[in-house]
Structure formats: C-alpha cells, structure tokens
Ligand binder design. Structure first.
Ligand code: FAD
Length: 409
C-alpha cells in the first residue's frame, strides 16, 4: 500500500504508525485519534498518576515531536465515523474522507455502564482516558472516602492508591474473590489480604443496589443487603467492551472484538485490527472454544502493532507473541506470563506469607503459565519457556531445589 490509515491513536494505533516507519515503510501514514492528547500510556493512570507528581510529559508514548519527524500525520480530536470499503476511504466526523491502501483499526474499548440508580451523580467516575484521570485526581485530593465498584485490576489499583493516600476505601464485587476472572485463588487471597491490611473493607459476593446522592453528588454506595458505604468518590471499574461499531457497520466480522486471522487481518484483507479491540487466534489460549482471544494489555497492543507493521513493510508473519501482563499495588509487582484462564490446578513456589511467590497454573497436564508476586526472575523465565514450547512438569515443580530460571536457561 502507498497509504496506511490508522484509526485510534492509543498504545496499539500509535505503536503501529511508529513501527511502520521503523520497519522502513516509506508511504503516507495517517493516525486518527478521537482524544485530543498526544498518544500516552494508560497504566500509570490508575497508579502513580493519581497521587500527582507525574505530569503529562511522563506519560507520552514517544516525544510529541517524533510524529512530525517520522512523517506521521497526527489527526487528534477527530473521530472516524465510517469506512467506505468499496472506495477504500475512512470518513471523519466532519465529513472529510481519507483514502487508504491499508487500514488499521485500533479502536480499543469503552466502559461497561453500571445500570443502577444514582450512577449519573457527580463523583461517580470511570477511568480510561487522561481526561478522566485528571478529573479523578482532582476529586481524590478532596475525598475522605472512596468506593471502588469492581475488584478487577483498575478497581484494585485505584483502591490501593487511595488507601495509600489515607482515604477510607471500600471495594465491592459480585464475585466471591478479587480478580476473580484474571488470577488464581492464591493470588486473589494474597491481594485481598494486602487490601485488608491497608484498612480497606472488602464486600465480595455483593452487588450495588444504588448510589446515594446529596445535592447531585455521590455520598454513599448502597449494597444489595442494605449496607451503606460512605463514598465521596465512586470508581466504577466493571470492565469494558471492545469498540467494534465502526467495523460492524462496515460489514467486518465481529464477535466480542473485531475478528482477525493469524496475520491480524480482518475479514477484509485490506483492513487489520490490533490491540484491545481485536479477537485473534492464539496458541496460548487453553480456555477458548474457537482458539481466539481478545486481550487487554500493553504487551498485546505493542506486539500486535509491530506484527502488522512488519507485514505491511513486506515481512509478513503470524502473530505469535507470548502474552504477559503486570499490575502494581502497594509496592508489590504482580506479573502474569501466559494465559491462565481455564486452569484447574495450581502449584505454589515460595511463600505467600513472605510476599514473594509464584503460582504455576495447569489445565490437566498442560502448563499454562505463571503468576509471580515480586519474583521477576520467574516471570522472565516463564516467558522464555512459553515462547520455546518447553514446560516444567508437576514432578519438576515438586523438587525442593527446583529453580525456574535455571530450568529455562
Ligand atoms: P487504547 O489505548 O484504549 O486506544 C484506543 C484509542 O482509539 C482511544 O484513544 C480511542 O479514543 C480511539 N478511538 C476509538 N474509536 C475511534 C474512532 N472511531 N475514531 C478515532 N479514534 C477512535 N495494561 C497492562 O499491561 N498493564 C497495566 O498495568 C495496565 N494498566 C492499565 C490501567 C488503566 C487505567 C487502563 C485504562 C488500562 C491499563 N492497561 C494495562 C491496559 C492497556 O492500557 C491497554 O491494553 C492498551 O492501552 C490497549 O491499547 P489500544 O491501542 O488497543 O487501546
């Protein structure tokens, strides 16, 4: 193609535009983003950024001048409204049409909406964008109480940050444990203990009946059992759904994400999809009926961006990167290598009570990956093993002196 248009200027979209130039693509690159901020990293938004001290400059994916230097036409504050596949054009909200030889969709996610009375009160916030993070940071500085609805990564990270700032904090989730969908029971229990030790009240197996307001502003969260938790600030972190409307309206295959093949091409080979919005075939997915998954991680967004860029620069390859993820809470680092959904057995190495351990997850005899708490060497070794296809067995792990790093060497 002589022109590549990218819709979505987040981790994956900006990454793809930059990687295209790195890969030697000499044609026109147009990067269209609905947000007005120069492409930035989201992970700090629920962590260090909320405490202040981190400014926008520290968040940029790359220095803002890089785009012009690399001849990437950055079109910020502009929304792509539709795709005209026949004439290969993207139509912007203002009516302008931009022609493409290849189109990359990197549209990310939108918040799942909490449907309870009071969800529209002031002081009820969600977190994805820098704008939302700045608003939350301002409100957090003045808050004495905070309730996180949803004990996923974002809810837990915000709660940990708030508790660390002396804000009285509660966490509510319908699931019986924190990180119920993302981590093993061992890791869930460890994190729940850390939050409890920080003084946070955990309300698991409970749903939210309403958010109670006063003068238009949130005051408390009422649970299904009638309990009221004081909340000057309510953070809703109940997950997100992929932004697929553009793809769907254009007639592309969509099923909880924009469906792509091993080279990340949609059902139209002139259009790729990458990052949080893409559903792709993944050999690490043990729990997926069709072998496809959709992942929400920096690793996945960055690696898929590079894969598509290499293909467009004449070096097509199947996407095969090892999935990994991290989260920081209370100064501990949780790292996950592999896709551990569907695990039916766990072998723990190290001592959760000492704050450093790894959990090896199995599905039958298949080793799926490792969750590590403050054991980065295990995490790196696990990534190497997953990439090479080698795996420790239960017998290996049962040996008292077993060392994953040595095994992976
Ligand atoms: P995004 O970065 O969400 O970018 C998508 C962009 O597309 C958005 O800017 C959106 O406005 C734009 N867009 C959508 N539709 C259109 C349109 N029609 N026209 C123009 N623009 C459009 N991952 C980790 O691995 N570790 C972490 O610790 C971690 N922490 C996180 C903390 C927070 C608070 C959040 C929100 C996410 C976190 N993540 C973390 C996840 C990680 O940030 C995402 O996986 C990553 O940003 C995905 O990149 P993406 O480009 O697919 O989507």
């Amino acid at each position: 193609p002589d022109t590549v248009v990218v819709v979505g200027a987040g981790q994956a979209g900006a990454g793809a535009a930059l990687a295209l130039r790195d890969a030697g693509f000499g044609g026109r690159i147009v990067l269209i983003g609905e947000e007005t901020a120069v492409p930035y990293q989201r992970p700090p938004l629920s962590k260090a950024f909320l405490k202040s001290g981190v400014d926008m400059d520290g968040l940029h994916l790359r220095h803002p001048d890089v785009y012009a230097q690399r001849r990437i036409e950055l079109r910020l504050g502009q929304r792509a409204e539709s795709i005209d596949r026949e004439r290969r054009r993207v139509i912007l909200a203002g009516g302008e049409a931009i022609g493409y030889g290849h189109l990359i969709l990197a549209t990310g996610l939108r918040h799942r909406v909490l449907a309870v009375p009071g969800a529209d009160l002031r002081g009820v916030v969600s977190l994805r964008t820098i704008e939302e993070a700045e608003s939350m940071r301002g409100q957090l500085a003045a808050a004495r109480t905070l309730v996180a609805i949803g004990a996923g990564f974002i809810g837990l990270e915000v709660a940990a940050t708030a508790a660390g700032m002396g804000v009285r904090t509660g966490i509510v989730d319908v699931a019986a444990r924190v990180l119920g969908r993302a981590a093993s029971p061992v890791v869930s229990a460890h994190l729940a203990e850390l939050h409890g030790r920080a003084g946070t009240s955990l309300h698991l197996g409970r749903s939210v009946a309403a958010i109670v307001g006063e003068g238009g502003r949130a005051r408390a969260v009422r649970l299904d059992d009638g309990t009221e938790l004081a909340a000057d600030l309510v953070v809703v972190g109940i997950g997100a759904v992929p932004q697929t409307a553009l793809a769907e309206a254009a007639g592309l295959a969509v099923a909880d994400g924009i469906v792509v093949d091993a080279r990340l091409r949609t059902s139209d080979p002139a259009i790729s999809a990458v990052g949080d919005c893409a559903r792709f075939p993944c050999r690490y997915a043990a729990a997926s009926a069709d072998g496809r998954v959709r992942l929400e991680s920096v690793q996945n967004a960055a690696d898929q961006a590079r894969c598509v860029a290499a293909g467009l620069a004449g070096r097509p390859q199947d996407y095969a990167a090892v999935p990994w993820f991290w989260s920081d809470q209370f100064g501990i680092r949780l790292q996950i290598a592999g896709l551990t959904a569907g695990a039916d057995d766990a072998v723990v190495h190290g001592e959760p009570a000492c704050g450093a351990f790894s959990v090896h997850l199995f599905k039958a005899d298949r080793w799926l990956g490792v969750e590590s708490v403050n054991r980065s060497a295990d995490h790196m070794a696990a990534r190497r093993l997953l990439a090479s296809g080698r795996a420790p067995t239960r017998e290996h792990l049962a040996r008292a002196d077993f060392d994953l790093k040595a095994f992976a060497a």
